[in-house]
Ligand binder design. Structure first.
Ligand SMILES: *Cc1c(COP(=O)(O)O)cnc(C)c1O
Length: 368
């Protein structure tokens, strides 16, 4: 029996992709970002549902993820967003992966492999993470084009601050630099077929960032890129994280609970022990959080342990051994009570992205 598992709603994932199809229209490619184990939702499970729902491309961070997709017979175009080591480039080419390019060394190596490969030039527009400087673009492009087997399929960049819709001047600056890159390439007769820069927030908020493809991550899972972005599209969260109660007991008033003795019971207290801890990805930093049991809030008592946590169920008399516990998601007879990833992120002092991606990969993901 699984003591913890994650239910992924197929209809929610499908809805989210279809919502984006409506926003971008029939022509723009939808690239679903499934890096980080599909933001914790399950790589292969999500890949299949996204493709069936109408996503055109899949984006991963690393070669091992691309390999897992190909091993599962997924034939959709795969775009690797992260770095591929020079010695692994041949394998990436073999797996027919598109790759992001910003190093001369990579191009040189791809040239020696001498098999057809499609690359996407990444421009530095202000994130100052990955990408080549605008002033180096023409020289880099000419160098790429001196290799017959390498095709420049894409031109791309990534926004640093598009989620904050109250202030988009920095995003506008980045977009202007991206347009400048397009012009520079046109000036030397290079017309790149797939220009793309939009993540979820940009795709939702700024149609002028759609170009030929959008790369949607967090919103594909029904989560919002930021508080400011929660409008204009009807998203459904797909993930529910569940576990089972491992013990119930009643302890007297004045007892201390957990490591560090941080919680003291103020009255006779019924505790439930949940077999989930920070190893599973339940953030140890959670303060004032709760879980849902029979649709009711059971507050966390004491510190989160490595493999366990304790909650108070004094007010949930029906709670019994092995009953279901909801850590994230909906609970109760009508799913009326809910712990969102955003709520959890507030408890842990982080963002929803980190909350779901941190959920341990060995926990089963079940499509429902
Ligand atoms: C992860 C990622 C995305 C998706 O971002 P979301 O905010 O989750 O939509 C898009 N582009 C790049 C380069 C990424 O790394």
């Amino acid at each position: 029996m699984d003591l913890t598992w994650i239910e992924i709603s197929k209809s929610a994932l499908t809805n989210n992709i279809q919502q984006f199809r409506k926003i971008v229209g029939p022509e723009v490619l939808l690239c679903a970002c499934i890096k980080a184990n599909a933001y914790g939702h399950g790589l292969l499970e999500c890949a299949q549902v996204f493709i069936a729902a109408g996503a055109n491309w899949l984006a991963v961070n690393s070669l091992y993820e691309a390999k897992a997709l190909r091993d599962a017979k997924i034939e959709a175009p795969i775009y690797i967003l992260g770095y591929v080591a020079l010695e692994d480039l041949a394998e990436a080419v073999e797996l027919k992966c598109r790759m992001v390019a910003y190093n001369r060394e990579m191009i040189e190596k791809l040239g020696t492999i001498n098999k057809p490969v499609k690359i996407h030039i990444k421009i530095e527009t202000g994130n100052n993470r990955q990408g080549i400087l605008l002033e180096d673009l023409i020289e880099f492009t000419k160098y790429i084009n001196s290799h017959e087997n390498i095709e420049i399929e894409g031109l791309t960049t990534h926004f640093a601050n598009i989620e904050d819709t109250t202030e988009h001047s920095y995003a506008e600056l980045q977009l202007a630099r991206f347009h400048e890159a397009v012009k520079k390439l046109e000036s030397i007769g290079v017309n790149v077929p797939i220009k793309h820069c939009a993540n979820s927030a940009a795709a939702i908020l700024f149609p002028k960032t759609h170009f030929q493809m959008v790369r949607i991550g967090i919103a594909s899972y029904g989560l919002w890129p930021s508080k400011e972005t929660s409008e204009g599209i009807h998203l459904q969260p797909a993930l529910t994280w569940k576990a089972r109660i491992a013990q119930i007991k009643t302890i007297p008033a004045g007892e201390l609970v957990g490591y560090g003795c941080t919680y003291k019971t103020v009255h006779e207290t019924k505790l439930a022990i949940i077999p989930i801890g920070y190893y599973d990805g339940y953030d140890r930093g959670v303060k004032d959080g709760y879980v849902l049991i029979h649709g009711k809030a059971a507050p966390i008592r004491g510190r989160i342990c490595m493999n366990m946590l304790m909650v108070e169920v004094t007010n949930i008399p029906e709670a019994q051994l092995e009953n279901e516990v909801v850590l994230i998601g909906k609970s109760g007879p009508y799913g009326s009570e809910q712990i969102t990833a955003e709520q959890f992120a507030d408890w842990a002092g982080t963002i929803n992205y980190e909350v779901t991606t941190r959920i341990n990969e060995r926990i089963p993901r079940l499509l429902v």
